[in-house]
Design a protein around this ligand. Structure first.
Ligand SMILES: NC(=O)c1ccc[n+]([C@@H]2O[C@H](COP(=O)([O-])OP(=O)(O)OC[C@H]3O[C@@H](n4cnc5c(N)ncnc54)[C@H](OP(=O)(O)O)[C@@H]3O)[C@@H](O)[C@H]2O)c1
Length: 330
């Protein structure tokens, strides 16, 4: 009988996670539930929120040592007790870091066969693309001619956000962690200028690049960059607070920017939680799929092979070393 290989959290990391914090184990195949399906994982999405789940600070719950790491997956239906989810079809589900997962009725969604490659259901046509669209289009309402600052601009959310803003005629300034990423942002994502966060003075460069101030800042990072961006905000500038890349590996969070700075700029600050937009996912896919098919937007994916590569790939992501949406192909 086939067994189910799984990656569990072996111990809670202190600071940046390392591959030793995870372990592979074999488990029996799960039973196919009544009305549900048994899936074989084809693609596993790795995302920064998993670090918060490990730390016990995420609204979706905690992963404790000994438990299988959670995550969104594209799986192939291997056994089905559902007429809506036939054997052989691909579905999107929360399969986790394992080869097989069982899902009750309603816990797996049939993948639209127009989504190719299927990994796009976890990236540009999935949660990270939806986050970018919700943040920049629905929440910030980015308009033609506005100056938009996007950090982690070659990452999953950042790269989608940059392209949506550029397509709307905004001037996009990116921030990234290497020259190669900056070049890619300028050449492939519609980014006008990209600041290397490791080698350049971000505040000084923002002063040069955005003399009239930043109209929209998409905050994927938190930490001191949020304060720097606030200092360069235009009057009535908008900030969409979305992520805390600079802080997930820390046990103590940094204080935010001084309120006086936000008052002086008449800033509009809004928090974004992508789960709030779940009921608009289909609407988003209808908007985005034609752009993708027409080659007007692109998705770079940072794909590693095999379940056993997941711990390394996740640690790479939490060090900021990924280049594109992190996905594991099984
Ligand atoms: N609120 C929501 O509903 C929601 C939904 C999805 C994602 N998010 C958030 O959006 C952010 C981006 O997520 P993503 O999946 O698109 O990740 P990603 O951008 O693909 O990867 C993270 C990137 O962050 C950058 N980074 C900047 N400072 C860093 C630091 N101190 N340590 C490590 N990396 C750093 C790195 O790029 P460079 O080296 O190029 O700077 C790294 O590649 C995350 O904060 C995530 O939690 C929020």
């Amino acid at each position: 009988m086939t067994t189910n290989r799984q990656v569990i959290l072996a111990e809670k990391p202190e600071g940046v996670p390392t591959p030793e914090n995870f372990a592979l184990r074999q488990a029996p195949l799960p039973e196919t539930p009544k009305g549900g399906v048994l899936c074989r994982t084809r693609f596993l999405s790795l995302d920064p929120y998993m670090r918060s789940q490990i730390a016990g600070r995420h609204p979706s719950g905690t992963v404790a040592p000994g438990e299988v790491m959670r995550g969104e997956t594209v799986g192939e239906v291997m056994e089905s007790n559902s007429t809506e989810l036939p054997v052989g079809r691909l579905v999107r589900c929360m399969g986790g870091w394992q080869e097989y997962s069982a899902h009750a009725a309603g816990e797996a969604q049939l993948l639209d066969e127009a989504i190719t490659p299927p990994s796009h259901a976890l990236s540009i046509l999935g949660m990270t693309g939806l986050t970018a669209y919700a943040g920049m289009v629905w929440q910030a309402g980015v308009r033609e001619g506005e100056c938009v600052l996007i950090p982690a601009v070659t990452g999953a959310v950042g790269s989608a956000a940059a392209q949506f803003c550029a397509l709307r005629g905004a001037r996009v300034i990116g921030i990234a962690g290497s020259q190669a990423k900056c070049r890619f942002a300028r050449e492939s994502l519609g980014v006008e200028a990209c600041i290397n966060r490791h080698t350049e003075d971000i505040g000084a460069r923002l002063g040069e690049l955005c003399p009239s101030g930043i109209d929209v800042y998409f905050d994927l990072i938190g930490g001191s960059l949020l304060q720097t961006a606030c200092a360069h905000l235009a009057d009535h500038g908008r900030i969409v607070l979305c992520g805390l890349m600079a802080e997930y590996n820390r046990s103590v969070r940094e204080p935010g920017p001084p309120p006086g700075l936000l008052i002086a700029k008449r800033a509009v600050v809004s928090g974004l939680v992508v789960y709030d937009y779940e009921d608009r996912r289909e609407e988003y896919i209808r908007e985005c799929l034609p752009l993708l098919n027409a080659g007007k937007i692109h998705q770079r994916e940072d794909i590693s092979q095999g379940l056993e590569s997941a711990p390394d790939a996740f640690c790479h992501l939490m060090l900021g070393k990924n280049f594109g949406k992190v996905v594991v192909a099984l």
